[in-house]
Design a protein around this ligand. Structure first.
Ligand SMILES: NC(=O)C1=CN([C@@H]2O[C@H](COP(=O)(O)OP(=O)(O)OC[C@H]3O[C@@H](n4cnc5c(N)ncnc54)[C@H](OP(=O)(O)O)[C@@H]3O)[C@@H](O)[C@H]2O)C=CC1
Ligand SMILES: O=C(O)CCCC(=O)O
Length: 489
């Protein structure tokens, strides 16, 4: 049953406030940031518009709180994180509703994101106790070498609107597990999910000041986060453009960077693929979150012999997808996040049509109006078209044709990005050849869904630095310290 805004506020999870250095700062509607539901433009509320001073205060508080947090046993930290996870799961429905209201994705998909987001907290609560050091044989008879792993310190995080919950927990989970403090700036379009996480973190017993959530001017907050020397790591998910800018801004303080940036994922269907499975995978990889995911298939390459059959099956599957307000049951695709996202999708489709491509399904704004767009399949798409180079971030599946395996690999790699890639094939030798040939951080073979807390998520080239999730995901929040013990004879 869906709750009204009033009911959601009564749970304490929907709060028009920021948690800064352990204190809540309420929004002033006259100066705050208005947050609207992308499905109908209605006002959800206002969040504070804070800036450098509050970030500096939060960093100082995190620095203090982090010292005692890091001194606690790993098991103790894990217990607090486990409680945070339990609370997220207990409030899954309300969290999902808040997420759908501000982001637009269908409620079932939002509930899936809450489970996915919580799984990072659960996973890293478990990993906290497995941060092992090393002993290394000494280089002289009386020497012993120890390697300790210690928390990096205060971490700043900047997160996007497309996964307002999971992109936070994928960073905060390992940070807190490692013994770090965190100051978070969520996307201005989806701050309420982040604020709800702060409410639950406080209830779970995360120490005062360890976690701050600050909304406001992105430029001001970003400037303090990158220039403040106490912040030792910046972790960002978002566009390559802003990621590159933050990378440059962080140079003066030599921070460690974690960057999850844009993608341009190829999805290749070879002629030995199980076509029904490939269609199912393509629908998931392309239309998850209405195409607004950095791992969404952006270019679908189909081998000549199966091109028409695949296109026909895909059109059938896509035509069955229901678009609408994510709060309504049965809806599978929500609105696009805003007008500029709609404009980008429209421009990509127009560009394909002007350059000789065909619309097999959709191809225009949805009759619902607003930022809704019809799920679209395009044929005869070529490398000269904008969709070949740029991330569409919308419900558009462009089909490219190829004949040889090597040609598909070459085309797939012909991009500055290198995040996710997918292909469908049965031949085992081909599966190895293509997996090895794709210049990507992640490869899905005969699956359109690769994201999980157990696996290292991340990209190469302009798609970013570092890995999130898996046992590797905690390493970037740790520093190695080498201790040389002398006179051990
Ligand atoms: N890799 C991914 O997961 C994502 C990729 N993208 C790609 O980027 C495109 C644009 O999306 P968009 O939302 O504009 O992505 P942005 O990179 O602009 O936003 C991501 C985060 O960065 C913040 N930010 C923006 N400018 C600055 C700044 N100067 N200093 C510090 N932080 C800043 C945003 O804050 P604020 O919200 O306040 O502006 C938000 O929290 C999409 O169409 C898509 O192609 C987008 C989102 C996620
Ligand atoms: O960066 C993104 O777009 C979110 C990735 C979602 C996922 O983990 O699959």
């Amino acid at each position: 049953m869906s709750l009204s805004l009033r009911d959601l506020r009564a749970t304490g999870l929907l709060r028009d406030a920021n948690l800064v250095a352990g204190d809540w700062i309420e929004a002033d509607p006259n100066t705050g940031i208005a947050v609207r539901n992308p499905a109908d433009g209605s006002l959800i509320g206002y969040v504070p518009k804070l800036g450098r001073a509050e970030v500096a205060k939060a960093v100082k508080a995190a620095e203090e709180a982090q010292k005692t947090w890091a001194a606690r046993t790993a098991k103790d930290r894990a217990t607090v994180l486990r409680t945070w996870f339990d609370l997220m799961m207990a409030h899954r429905e309300a969290l999902a509703q808040i997420l759908t209201l501000e982001q637009g994705k269908p409620l079932t998909e939002a509930a899936g994101e809450i489970t996915y987001g919580a799984s990072f907290v659960e996973w890293f609560a478990e990993e906290a106790r497995r941060v092992y050091g090393e002993t290394i044989p000494g280089h002289q008879p009386d020497k012993r070498i120890l390697v300790m792993k210690q928390p990096i310190g205060v971490v700043a995080a900047i997160t996007p609107w497309n996964f307002p919950n999971a992109m936070i927990t994928r960073k905060a989970g390992p940070a807190f597990a490692a013994g770090c403090g965190m100051v978070l700036k969520p996307a201005s379009q989806t701050p309420y999910s982040a604020i709800a996480l702060a409410v639950l973190a406080e209830r779970a017993g995360l120490p005062k000041g360890l976690f701050s959530v600050i909304t406001g001017s992105a430029a001001q907050i970003g400037a303090e986060m990158t220039e403040n020397p106490v912040v030792r790591k910046l972790t960002f998910t978002g566009s390559t453009e802003i990621g590159a800018m933050l990378y440059a801004q962080s140079a003066s303080t030599i921070k460690k960077l974690g960057l999850e940036l844009g993608g341009n994922a190829p999805f290749i269907v070879f002629d030995d693929a199980d076509l029904d499975a490939a269609v199912e995978g393509a629908v998931i990889a392309k239309f998850r979150n209405n195409g607004q995911t950095c791992v969404c298939a952006n270019r679908i390459y189909v081998q000549d012999g199966v091109y028409d059959a695949f296109a026909e099956k895909l059109v059938k599957a896509v035509s069955r997808l229901r678009t609408g307000n994510g709060m309504e049951s049965g809806v599978e695709l929500g609105p696009l996040i805003d007008e500029s996202a709609l404009e980008k999708v429209q421009n990509h489709v127009t560009d394909v049509v002007e350059k000789g491509g065909r619309v097999l399904a959709g191809g225009k704004p949805h009759g619902l109006g607003g930022t809704f767009y019809e799920p679209t399949v395009l044929a005869d798409v070529t490398s000269e078209m904008a969709v070949a180079r740029e991330e569409t971030f919308g419900p558009v599946a462009p089909l490219f044709r190829f004949t040889e395996e090597a040609e598909a690999i070459q085309a797939a790699n012909d991009t500055e990005f290198g995040l996710a890639s997918y292909f469908y094939a049965q031949d085992v030798a081909r599966i190895f050849r293509v997996s090895e040939g794709l210049e990507y951080g992640m490869v899905g073979v005969n699956t359109g869904l690769i994201s999980t807390a157990e696996a290292p998520f991340g990209g190469v080239k302009m798609s970013g630095l570092g890995r999130e999730g898996s046992r590797h995901g905690i390493e970037d929040f740790l520093e190695l310290k080498y201790v040389c013990l002398g006179s051990i004879a």
